[in-house]
Design a protein around this ligand. Structure first.
Ligand code: SAM
Length: 370
């Protein structure tokens, strides 16, 4: 058993929910908005970390120290396997102001000099190490210094978000339909993890198939359907592309289906989906202007949940709904949520995913039939 620190993404609560769903037995503990501490039975690999869209980096804890021992303890750890040449390293701090790097990094350098070791830290402008900078460490290590009360957990980074792979999947896939709004691959991974399922997952509003692609990469059997035949052809092209580019062996079944019709007679354990978000918004509107769209979407989801109820589907249903920023504040599709609850589904999770400047955000919900 080893203790790990996970540095959370820009929506910490969603990132935390992902860890809780993925590692329920490890009892993840959120120590501040920046990081989580959790015990894992098996060593964490980069491959496993690549399936966690809500996490920025992870480090294996090697010590917990008082502030006055930080420098010697970090120096001990970084120099233990260093035999010759320049020692490259980086330090990032969490739960503690980055300003502290202004003293910590030069103090460490002095400590190495005192020990007769020539060293170089890769931090730029005394700021934390980004995922891109981490790659430039060329064999050197990155240490995380994470403050919890008077103590500092020290961890060596073992996995970092692969930003290049995410942007390849996001921007290089052959079918991109800007009209339907595309789910970011990281959010698709979070949603899949939130199902808590290791088996087959159905996306009944699959669009261009982002959830399908991410699910396949995570080793799930995936089923995807959409009402629109042309979009479905696009999803098929994307799936073929991801299978070829990322050597995926699992399969996806894609078929035309109206999500308000009776649930197809197919095997799946969970549902993860993002339905229609409405047309792209280019200006701040009033709540009233959204009324026709809200009523249309409420009807659509009402029928969808009714179909799931009729089928007696007991697995988790993770769904991304739009919410709109209006002149009068945020407008959620509360009717959809109330409707699902009236139909017999319990809301287990309700979190938001949005940039501050976005007019349309996503509300990520998990329901289960009770
Ligand atoms: C926002 S898109 C999904 C985007 C998708 N998550 C992606 O990242 O590519 C919503 C999709 O729902 C589909 N849709 C709308 N109404 C539907 C219905 N009643 N049944 C099935 N699919 C439907 C649309 O054709 C569209 O492709």
């Amino acid at each position: 058993m080893s203790t790990y620190i996970f540095v959370l993404g820009k929506d910490p609560e969603l990132s935390m929910a992902e860890l809780l769903a993925r590692y329920p037995e490890s009892k993840p503990q959120m120590k501040c908005a920046d990081f989580v501490l959790l015990d894992l039975k098996k060593p964490l690999s980069q491959k496993e970390f690549d399936q966690l869209g809500g996490q920025i980096k992870a480090g294996k804890v090697f010590d917990t120290a008082d502030k006055k021992y930080l420098v010697p303890k970090i120096a001990d750890h970084l120099s233990v396997e260093h035999y010759a040449g320049k020692l490259n390293y980086g330090v990032s701090v969490y739960g503690w102001s980055e300003k502290n790097l202004r003293a910590l990094l030069p103090d460490l350098k002095k400590e190495f000099k005192r020990r007769g070791i020539s060293s170089r830290f890769v931090n730029q402008h005394f700021l934390n190490i980004s995922a891109a900078q981490h790659k430039g460490l060329s064999g050197g290590k990155e240490v995380l210094v994470c403050k919890e009360g008077p103590d500092f957990h020290l961890a060596e980074v073992v996995a970092v978000q692969d930003i290049d792979a995410y942007s390849k999947r996001d921007y290089e896939k052959p079918f991109r339909d800007m009209k339907v709004g595309m789910l970011p691959p990281k959010l698709a991974q979070i949603m899949i993890n939130l199902t808590g399922s290791e088996g087959a997952i159905w996306d009944p509003f699959c669009g261009g198939g982002v959830l399908i692609m991410e699910g396949l990469l995570m080793g799930h059997k995936m089923l995807g359907s959409d009402i629109d035949e042309e979009t479905l052809q696009g999803a098929k092209r994307n799936v073929e592309w991801v299978k070829k580019e990322f050597a995926v062996k699992t399969t996806a079944e894609l078929f035309a289906h109206d999500a308000t019709d009776p649930v197809p007679l197919k095997q799946f354990d969970a549902i993860a989906c993002e339905g229609y978000l409405g047309p792209p918004q280019n200006r701040l509107r009033s709540k009233r202007e959204f009324a026709p769209l809200v009523s249309r979407l409420s009807q659509l989801y009402q029928l969808f949940f009714a179909a799931l109820k009729s089928a007696g589907f007991k697995g988790s249903v993770v769904i991304g709904l739009p919410f709109y920023r209006t002149r009068e504040g945020e407008l959620e599709l509360s009717e959809v949520i109330r409707g699902a609850e009236k139909t017999g589904f319990r809301k287990e999770l309700d979190l938001k995913y949005a940039r501050k400047d976005q007019l349309v955000g996503r509300q990520i919900l998990r329901f289960r039939l009770v």
